[in-house]
Design a protein around this ligand. Structure first.
Ligand code: ADP
Length: 720
C-alpha cells in the first residue's frame, strides 16, 4: 500500500499539504523533503504519514527526501504548538526552525590525503611532508607550511599521485566542554542556588526555576555551574542559553570559554549564513553541546536538550514583534516542557509574569540577595530637575556634572544612560511649527549628526537634513529638539575636553565584533565617559565604572502602556546596577521631573518588593497580566474606507464568551505606517480562558479582502 505524507512548508499557509510518498522513499516524520508546489519545488518537513485509503484523487508525488538532518519530534511538536498559540500559520515558526538548514553551505575546503602510492624517490623534504600529512586537515599550502618545506615539494607529490586533494564539506567542531577547569569557589548563596538547581535537574523531567539576584550577585556563575552539572550527568546533554542582546552574547560566550575552555555555538542574526548552517547541523546531530544565542535559537533542532537558560528574562527584546510574533521567554518554558528539560530564568528585575509564577509556587524561587564578595550596590540619588535644571540648551544638571568631574579626577569611569539613539528625537520648523515626519509614517524623524540624516526609527526611511523646511520653505529654520546620545556626547566633550568619550548605541555599534571591542575597551579603562542606550546598559561588568548618570529617567513613563512603570523600573535598575563592582563603591544619579513617582521612589530606596507589590495590586484589580490575559488584533490597509468597513464587520463578528472583553476598534497610536492606516482591537480575558482559541475562532468568522492585513499579537508588549 502506498502512503500519504503531510508536508509542512515554511510559508504562511494555513495547513500542511498532502503528497504521495513515492515507492522506496521510506519517509519518517520530521524528514526534510523536496515538494512540488505549482511550478516550484520547496523544502518542506513531513509532519504525518498515513496509509492511502484508495479511490481518492491522485496526489502529487514528493520529488525527493533530502539527505539532511530530520527535525526531531519535539522540535516539530514545538513548532506546531507555537503556531497554534500565536494564532498563526505553522509554516511561520517552521521557517524559523529551518533558517539554518536553508542557509547556504560553507564553501568546501581542500584537504590533502595520502593515496597509498609510494613515491618514486624520497628526499628529506618529501619525508617531512609524509610525516606531517598523517592526521593533517588542510590545503596543500597549509601542509607545506606545517612540514616547513616549499609548496613545490607538496605539489610534486600531488603530481606524482602520492598525495591527492579532496574537497570536503567543513563541519563545525565543538569539542567537549572541559568540566575540570578551575573555577572560583562559589559564595554560600551561590552554592545554595547551584545546589538547588542541581537537585532540580536530577529529578527527571521539566521544571522551572527563577534565579533572582541583584546585579553583580553572580547569577552567571550559578548557571554556568548548572550547565556543568547537566553535562556531568549526561555528556550528550545539550544546553541553550538565550540572551536579549547580541552585545551580551559576546560577553557570555567569553565567560563560557573561560569556564569550559571551548567556544559554544553562536546563534543570532549577525552570524554569517554558512556558519549558521554549520551550527544548525551540529545541533541536529547532537554534536554541539552548548548554544548561546538570541531568541530564534529557541527553534533549533536540538537532539537532546536538557537545560534552557533565559538570562535577563524580563527583557522585552525577547518579544519578536514582526513576522511570526512570539515571546522567547514564554516559549522557552513550553519548549522545556516538551523536551522534559530544566528551565532557568535569570534576572535582577524579573517580570511580573515570572514573579507571579514564583509566588504561587509554579516556579522555584532561588535568591541571591547580595553582590558577590565585598562589592556593594550603588547609592542611588534623584536629581529633581525642577530644582537643579541644566543650563539652557544643555541636558546635564549641575549636580551630575559635578559628580562626573569628581569621578574623572579619581580616574574612574562614568556611564551616561539615555535610551534614545541619534542626536535629537525631533526636528521642528521655527517658522511654521511643522514637526518633520517620514512621508508615509506617523512618527517623528530623528536627527543623526554622524550621518547628517533624518531617520525614521520605525521603518528605516531616511533623508539628508534639508536646508529649508519641506512644509513652508523657510530657510535655516529647522531646530533640533531634545537630546539623543550623540547630543549628550557633544555636551560631555565640551564639559570635559580632556576626557575620552565614546557612544554605544545600535548606530555606532552595528555588529557583534564592534560591540565586543567597545565593551573590552571600556573594561580596560580606555574610555572615561560612555554615553549609551540600553544596548550597553545590560549585564556588562565594568570594574572601574563608579558613576551612572541617567539623563532622562522619565523617558519610559511617557505615553505609558500597561508595562511602562515596570519597564522603566527594570531598565533603570539595570543601568544603575552597572555602577560599583569589586572594591569600588558606586553611585547613580537619576535626573527626573517626577521624583515622587513610585518608580523613582522605589529605585532610590532600592525597594523592589514594595514596587512589585503595588504594581501587582493594580494589575490584579484591573485583571491585567499576569492576572488576566491580553490579545491585540491589528488591522491595516492602504485603503481607509475598506479598512473602516472591515473593522466594523470584525467588531460585529466578535464571539461572545464568558470572561472575555473586546475593546475597539480604535485608531492605533501609530495610525499610519508605510502608507498603511492601522486600527486596533484589544481583547482582555480571564486567566482560564483559551485566548488563542478565542482569537482563532474570531478570525475564522471574517474573511478579509486582499487589501486588508490582519495581525494577531497574543500577550502584546507593544500597544502602538
Ligand atoms: P550577575 O550575572 O548576577 O550580574 P556575574 O555572574 O556577572 O553577576 O558576577 C558579577 C561579578 O562577580 C563578575 O565579575 C564575576 O566574575 C564575579 N563573581 C561572581 N561570582 C564569583 C565567585 N564565586 N568568585 C569570584 N568572583 C565571582
Amino acid at each position: 500500500m502506498s502512503r500519504i505524507a503531510s508536508v509542512l512548508l515554511p510559508m504562511p499557509l494555513p495547513e500542511a499539504f498532502d503528497y504521495a510518498e513515492p515507492e522506496g522513499m521510506e519517509l519518517s516524520v520530521g524528514d526534510q523533503v523536496a515538494a512540488p508546489l505549482g511550478p516550484r519545488t520547496l523544502r518542506g518537513v513531513v509532519v504525518a504519514l498515513r496509509e492511502a485509503a484508495g479511490g481518492n484523487r491522485p496526489l502529487k508525488p514528493l520529488e525527493a527526501r533530502l539527505e539532511e538532518p530530520a527535525l526531531p519530534p519535539a522540535t516539530l511538536e514545538f513548532v506546531q504548538w507555537a503556531a497554534r498559540y500565536a494564532v498563526d500559520a505553522p509554516g511561520q515558526p517552521l521557517a524559523i526552525a529551518l533558517r539554518g538548514a536553508r542557509a547556504p553551505r560553507p564553501r568546501p575546503e581542500k584537504r590533502v590525503v595520502l593515496t597509498g602510492a609510494a613515491p618514486a624517490r624520497l628526499t628529506p623534504a618529501r619525508e617531512k611532508v609524509l610525516a606531517a600529512v598523517d592526521g593533517f586537515t588542510g590545503a596543500p599550502a597549509d601542509l607545506a607550511r606545517a612540514a616547513e618545506v616549499s609548496a613545490g615539494v607538496v605539489k610534486g607529490l600531488i603530481d606524482e599521485g602520492v598525495l591527492r586533494v579532496e574537497l570536503v564539506q567543513p563541519q563545525a567542531a565543538f569539542p567537549p566542554p572541559d568540566l575540570a577547569r578551575p573555577r572560583p569557589p562559589l559564595n554560600p548563596s551561590q552554592a545554595a542556588a547551584a545546589q538547588a538547581l542541581a537537585a532540580m535537574m536530577d529529578e527527571t523531567g521539566f521544571n522551572v526555576a527563577l534565579l533572582d539576584g541583584v546585579t553583580g550577585s553572580g547569577k552567571t556563575e550559578v548557571y554556568l555551574e548548572a550547565v556543568a552539572h547537566a553535562l556531568a550527568a549526561d555528556p550528550a546533554a545539550q544546553i541553550l542559553v538565550l540572551l536579549p542582546e547580541i552585545a551580551l552574547t559576546q560577553a557570555v560566550i567569553a565567560r563560557f570559554e573561560e569556564r569550559f575552555g571551548v567556544r559554544p555555538g553562536e546563534w543570532h542574526s549577525d552570524v554569517a549564513p554558512p556558519a549558521r548552517r554549520k551550527v544548525w547541523e551540529a545541533v541536529a546531530a547532537g554534536r554541539c553541546p552548548i548554544v548561546v544565542g538570541a531568541r530564534s535559537a529557541l527553534f533549533l533542532p536540538f537532539a537532546n536538550l536538557k537545560l534552557i537558560v533565559v538570562d535577563e528574562e524580563h527583557d522585552t527584546s525577547f518579544k519578536q514583534e514582526e513576522g511570526f510574533i512570539y515571546h522567547a521567554r514564554d516559549l522557552a518554558v513550553v519548549r522545556g516542557k516538551m523536551e522534559a528539560a530544566a528551565v532557568v530564568l535569570a534576572s535582577a528585575t524579573p517580570s511580573l509574569e515570572t514573579l507571579r509564577n514564583a509566588e504561587t509556587g509554579r516556579y522555584r524561587w532561588l535568591k541571591l540577595s547580595a553582590r558577590h564578595g565585598t562589592a556593594q550596590l550603588p547609592q542611588i540619588d534623584l536629581i529633581d530637575l525642577r530644582e537643579s535644571p541644566p543650563e539652557a540648551g544643555r541636558w546635564l544638571s549641575p549636580p551630575l556634572v559635578a559628580a562626573m568631574g569628581e569621578t574623572l579626577a579619581r580616574g574612574e569611569q562614568t556611564l551616561l544612560f539615555l535610551n534614545r539613539r541619534g542626536y535629537a528625537p525631533l526636528v521642528l520648523c521655527r517658522a511654521c511649527g511643522e514637526r518633520l515626519t517620514a512621508p508615509d509614517t506617523d512618527s517623528w524623524l530623528v536627527e543623526h549628526r554622524y550621518s547628517g540624516r533624518l531617520v525614521c526609527h520605525l521603518t528605516g526611511f531616511s533623508m539628508p537634513k534639508p536646508k529649508a523646511c519641506p512644509h513652508c520653505g523657510a530657510v535655516d529654520s529647522l531646530v533640533s529638539i531634545g537630546p539623543g546620545v550623540e547630543r549628550v556626547e557633544e555636551e560631555a566633550r565640551s564639559l570635559f575636553p580632556e576626557a575620552r568619550v565614546a557612544v554605544f548605541s545600535s548606530d555606532t555599534v552595528f555588529d557583534a565584533r564592534e560591540a565586543r571591542r567597545l565593551v573590552e575597551s571600556m573594561a580596560a579603562g580606555e574610555i572615561d565617559i560612555l554615553v549609551a542606550t540600553q544596548a550597553a546598559a545590560k549585564g556588562h561588568n565594568f570594574p572601574n565604572l563608579t558613576l551612572v548618570g541617567v539623563v532622562d529617567a522619565d523617558l519610559g513613563l511617557r505615553g505609558g502602556d500597561l508595562r511602562a512603570a515596570e519597564r522603566t523600573y527594570q531598565l533603570l535598575a539595570q543601568a544603575t546596577g552597572r555602577a560599583g563592582r569589586r572594591d569600588r563603591p558606586g553611585r547613580a544619579l537619576l535626573q527626573t521631573y517626577a521624583p515622587d513617582h513610585a518608580v523613582m521612589q522605589a529605585l532610590a530606596a532600592q525597594d523592589r518588593d514594595a514596587f512589585v507589590a503595588a504594581e501587582m495590586e493594580e494589575r490584579e484589580l484591573a485583571g491585567l497580566p499576569p492576572f488576566g490575559r491580553l490579545g491585540a488584533v491589528i488591522v491595516s490597509s492602504e485603503n481607509p474606507q475598506a479598512l473602516e468597513a472591515f473593522v466594523q464587520q470584525m467588531a460585529a463578528a466578535a464571539p461572545n464568551a464568558e470572561g472575555v472583553e473586546v475593546y475597539g476598534p480604535a485608531d492605533a497610536p501609530l495610525a499610519l505606517v508605510r502608507g498603511r492606516r492601522r486600527k486596533r482591537f484589544l481583547v482582555r480575558a480571564d486567566r482560564g480562558v483559551d485566548l488563542s482559541a478565542y482569537l482563532a475562532a474570531w478570525r475564522a468568522r471574517v474573511k478579509p479582502p486582499a487589501s486588508i492585513r490582519v495581525a494577531i499579537d497574543v500577550d502584546p508588549y507593544s500597544f502602538l
